[in-house]
Design a protein around this ligand. Sequence first.
Ligand code: ADP
Ligand code: MG
Length: 441
Amino acid sequence: MKALWDNALDRIRAQVSGENFSTYFEPLRFARVDGDAVCLTVDDPFFRDWVIEHYREVLEGAMSAVAGRAMSLQLDVAEAPSAPVLELPLPTRAAPVDEPEAFPLNPHYLFDQFVVGPNNEMAHAASRAVAERPARSFNPLFIYGGTGLGKTHLLHAIAHRIKAADPSKRIVYISAEEFTNQVIKSIARQTMDDFRRRFRARCDVLLMDDVHILSGKERTQEEFFHTFNALHGAQKQIVLTSDKTPQEIQHLEERLRSRFNWGLITDIKPPQFETRVAIVQRRAEREGIPLSDEVTFYLARLVSANVRELEGALTRLMAYASFNREPVTIDFAKRALKDILDQRARAVTIDSIQRMVAEHFDVKVADLRGNRRLRTITHPRSIAMYLCRKHTQASFPSIGKGFGGKDHSTVISACKRVEQSLADDQTLRTEIESIERRFSS
Ligand code: ADP
Ligand code: MG
């Protein structure tokens, strides 16, 4: 009977990306077959709901195909596994709650204020799960994505929610940069013991923002490694954000990288048009400023890179409107945002794309512009051409010119090739996404 499940898994492995497979399917455990139902178990109710909502069809399809008859999925939450609880003599409730709030939280960064779309659905759901059941869902939760996409917002929302449910919980929100500064200060002042108490013993939830900046900071990484172990071992929740996946962070100790992979890794992508519209509407409502649909759509179409820019544009518009006492018409919006437009047109150019692609693949810009036919060069070159087409207003001939005077047909076929491969090449997608994340930073 288990063979049925193993075979079904093999089919699914061929259908979904490797990342999805290891995140959603590997944790499922076969329990038994009960008539037409295949019963599986999983440790976490959040996980169960997520899998049922998103992968029921995939699972039932694969199981039915293997069994040769219609099978249905029954997914249960396993009895709480008796995880070894490390009893630490921690003064929880009696702890002085009067410690000054060293890391003030933004009062607007709440779950209620966070607009959920396909781009951030998983990160949002996982953050909520962690906030509702700290250290009982995923530990650590690792959220990555480009700048201005809501990572810090989610971290603060988790903090607000946990505090609201239990004010005695000691939550430490800190950026990796600030953590680094504190390590340095503590070494200089020889107050490392205080530092350790603060982050290891007097902390119930650690929310660390932008861990990618730990790259190359060996002493801080070591300190963080021990902090991580102490907290994780004592079943304290850890949530991390980063602009890269753990694999992509360079100069990171292997033991930290592997710990980042222990829990759930989830990404936030740039929002699609509909989500951007919803964000503008939500924000305009909060500020009590009526915006016509026309202007809302205009904004959402104009600014697509990230939410911070979108909010920036909106704020700008509001400031102009109140200053000039003019109603916000579409023409007014175009005038008010003109220099944002100009500025943006300048920011992403053929040159800057070539530089970023060259950096990413560790090749020379001159090679991208040249004619060498080595695959290690033609591959980045095609990607660079594709990105120029996607992110600048340049025509095929002028892109060709920017690449050392190549014919427009060369550019067209490079773009086509990349587009076609994108459909089923997950590695290529990841590569391109990671280069695009550089644009907005
Ligand atoms: P990051 O930490 O990923 O760079 P932030 O969390 O600072 O991004 O978000 C930038 C701004 O965009 C913040 O003002 C945040 O409130 C807002 N924002 C981002 N995503 C959303 C969203 N899905 N819904 C509402 N506001 C959002
Ligand atoms: Mg941030």
